[in-house]
Design a protein around this ligand. Structure first.
Ligand code: PMV
Length: 328
């Protein structure tokens, strides 16, 4: 029996991935940039060579079924093929934060799985190769291989060989506070996979989303390199609103926000008027992530906790790279 355990952090995109040029390889139309989130992590234990014909996948204590099970099996098949392996696998995957509610559990899950599965099978991959592999499970996972600030390069090749993430800056480069407002714990009705495919096909605003993305990406990147929160924050807010506007304009509409999502956005704008540098972003769900200077995280968190409809508030900051914790 060969087994390995790996842990990876989730991430929040400041310049987002929303739309695939190739669905089966998870190749994006655009580049994207994220912060890897300390403390919001997924642990994956993988065992190969067990006495059974089928993979067994336990996700947060329950046997995985339907779409999550299918996507993970496909990923396993891809890794097995790369390693020339035939054996079935047993997987135990556990995230320490609300899953499938817009907190990017797929990012940390597939980053942890990429590292655990390849280590268990004796493949030694570079961070770039691991990132390209994690991408096959879930696009955003390409970025969670790295700590701090990561940029996923969209690439141009049809086979995806130039579509992987790189580290833009280490966590120590810029200690931002990341305040996560949980406004709803229900499983999101439309996952990112279906959501982005729908917006691509059915939104008249999708071309505008793509056309204006490059400028946001450049501003988010430059702001990170210069540690300029106004530059990064404004570009991140703009980019988030455009992604959601394009999705809302689809037919039928795709609306991820809840009333409390909007209430938090207004509170963040008000905080700025009161002199606190805080900026929001929202992925494919109702939760709001707010970036602010590290010393102001408690002030921001306290203000957000008071917003009606906010269920809880999590505190994070730029965290570390995916890590192998056991390999035997
Ligand atoms: O990696 P996926 O397929 O779960 O898509 C992630 C999409 C967003 O979270 C909305 C944006 C992003 O870049 O992470």
């Amino acid at each position: 029996m060969r087994q390995a355990v790996a842990i990876a952090n989730s991430n929040v995109a400041l310049a987002k991935y929303w739309g695939k040029r190739n669905e089966s390889l998870n190749l994006p139309y655009t580049g994207s940039i994220s912060i890897t989130l300390a403390g919001l992590s997924t642990r994956a234990r993988v065992r190969f060579g067990i006495e059974r014909n089928h993979d067994r996948i336990v996700l947060n204590g329950e046997q995985a079924v339907n779409s999550p099970a299918y996507v993970i099996r496909q990923f396993l098949d891809h890794v097995r093929q790369a390693a020339g392996e035939k054996a079935a696998a047993e997987l135990e995957i556990r995230s320490n934060f609300p899953v499938a509610a817009g907190l990017a559990s797929s990012a940390s899950t597939f980053a942890a799985l990429a590292l655990a599965t390849t280590s268990a099978l004796g493949l030694s991959l570079s961070p770039r190769e691991l990132s390209a592999l994690a991408r096959r499970g879930s696009g955003s996972a390409a970025r969670s291989i790295f700590g701090g600030y990561a940029e996923w390069l969209a690439g141009e090749a049809d086979d995806g060989s130039d579509s992987y993430a790189v580290q833009l800056a280490a966590p120590e480069h810029w200690r931002l506070g990341v305040v996560v407002a949980i406004t709803d714990l229900a499983r999101k009705p439309v996952g990112s996979r279906e959501g982005m495919a729908h917006a691509l096909k059915k939104s008249p605003f999708f071309p505008a989303w793509l056309e204006s993305h490059e400028a946001d990406l450049a501003a988010v990147r430059q702001g990170i390199l210069d540690r300029d929160l106004a530059v990064t924050g404004q570009a991140a807010e703009r980019n988030c609103l455009k992604m959601h506007a394009a999705s809302m304009a689809a037919s039928p509409p795709l609306l991820y926000w809840k009333p409390a999502t909007l209430a938090v956005m207004h509170r963040v704008l008000q905080l700025r008027e009161e002199g606190t540098a805080a900026y929001f972003t929202i992925d494919a769900g109702p939760q709001v992530k707010i970036i602010c200077p590290w010393p102001q995280r408690d002030t921001v968190a306290a203000a957000i906790r008071e917003v009606p409809g906010v269920r809880s508030v999590l505190l994070s900051e730029p965290g570390g790279a995916a890590e192998l914790v056991e390999c035997a």
